[in-house]
Write a protein that binds this ligand. Structure first.
Ligand code: ADP
Length: 388
């Protein structure tokens, strides 16, 4: 092995990473892992060959995690040169529609979007700066969660508030773009008859959103200005009447910080159930509030499928991905039950087994595990190719 690509996906207290063998057609994954608990009890988890190995580490920051990650990767890459590092960056702003090489000018522009994604963007950029120091000769590539949605028409990009705010960047950016990018590529290679059609992709994980795709391009998505909008999530509210926030500010004297804490960390499945943000726990619970949280989740996902059908002018295929979408037959079954009027019907046996094809109506229903890391590694490969 001579050349290696790394991918980094930095969250507020975590850093997911993977190493890929650089290859002419598509990068091949060698290993992956995660540093978690930065700032509290940091650990390193290595995922190789179906085995997880966890150990305590002493890193306190993203920069301090870098040498730990490099040490963890070293035995797997056998002295090969790291030629490129790909970074998941949540916000690319209103114009960036694809991955881009990270240079000083772009880093500065991206830092300007920190107020738009305060929980993610600073960490994403800190990880990129750390990688630039460690690998000054490697190409550094930014891959943006917002980029896939830059094909939206104006009506799906704007809010009906005074126009000056649109001009100041208050727009529906949409997120989870790397996941939607991966799924549309898989459709193009594995289901070519669906690739040019009207597809609804439901990324249902701890973070959840849905995307309406036509001809492989995003037409609409449920997340908006922030990753709070749309579907209810593990701890995020999803769509909410802004009047509720005004009311809480007036009557409970809640300020922006308290509202953010409530909307990002105390709402969604956790807030509704009072038990957990974890769908598995809720499905196993006999508490009526757990059942209501699941009912709400199912109701909102179904509602958005209907909305996507209206926006796309019909649905030719449905894809589920994300932790819930890939592993929870009962949720998929309940979400799709009663959608026969759209040509959508579930094969219960296939659904129970998490089969790839779970539909038995006119409209194919697929379960495709998403792979955002691959999209990042492939973006680096693509950038390297442009230098050949
Ligand atoms: P993230 O958005 O953090 O990447 P994931 O995509 O890993 O999250 O999804 C996590 C969610 O998937 C959790 O709610 C978890 O309970 C759910 N999940 C994972 N496996 C199952 C399962 N077998 N049944 C039901 N839910 C599951």
């Amino acid at each position: 092995m001579s050349e290696v690509i790394l991918t980094l996906n930095a969250g507020s207290s975590s850093m997911k990473f993977a190493a890929y063998r650089s290859a002419a057609d598509a990068p091949e994954r060698i290993m992956r892992g995660q540093v978690a608990g930065l700032g509290t009890e940091p650990t390193l988890v290595l995922k190789t060959g179906g085995q997880n190995e966890t150990r305590a580490i002493s890193a306190g920051t993203h920069a301090e995690a870098m040498p730990v990650i490099l040490d963890a990767i070293a035995p797997f890459i056998d002295g090969a040169r790291v030629v490129g590092v790909g970074h998941r960056i949540v916000h690319g702003g209103p114009d960036v529609a694809t991955h881009r090489r990270l240079d000083a000018a772009l880093m500065e522009e991206l830092a300007g979007y920190e107020p738009l994604a305060p929980l993610h963007q600073p960490h994403n950029l800190a990880a990129a700066r750390a990688a630039m120091e460690v690998f000054p000769d490697a190409v550094q590539v930014g891959c943006f969660d917002t980029a896939f949605h830059r094909t939206h028409g104006w009506v799906n990009d704007a809010f009906a508030i005074p126009r000056k705010y649109y001009d100041r960047g208050v727009r529906r950016y949409g997120f989870h773009g790397l996941s939607y990018d991966y799924i549309t590529r898989r459709l193009a290679t594995d289901y070519p008859t669906l690739a040019g059609r009207r597809i609804v992709i439901a990324h249902l994980g701890n973070g959840a959103s849905m995307c309406g795709v036509r001809d492989g391009k995003s037409v609409a998505t449920t997340m908006g200005f922030s990753p709070l909008d749309g579907l209810p999530m593990g701890t995020r509210s999803g769509q909410i009447d802004p009047g509720v926030l005004l009311y809480l500010m007036e009557t409970e004297c809640m300020d922006a910080k308290e509202l953010a804490q409530m909307l990002y960390r105390e709402s969604g499945l956790l807030g509704l159930s009072g038990i957990s943000n974890d769908m598995r726990t809720l499905l196993a619970s006999h508490d009526p509030h757990a059942a209501q949280a699941v009912d709400y989740f199912v109701f909102r996902v179904r509602r958005e499928i209907g909305a996507m059908s209206a926006v796309l002018g019909g649905i030719d295929g449905v894809v589920f991905c994300g932790g819930i979408g890939e592993n929870a037959p009962v949720i998929r079954g309940r979400v799709l039950d009663g959608l026969q009027y759209l040509g959508i019907e579930v094969d219960a046996g296939a659904n129970d087994h998490n089969a790839v094809e779970i539909g038995r109506g006119a409209v194919p229903v697929l379960v495709i595990p998403t792979d955002e890391e691959f999209v990042i590694a492939d973006a680096v490969q693509d950038t390297l190719r442009s230098y050949d």
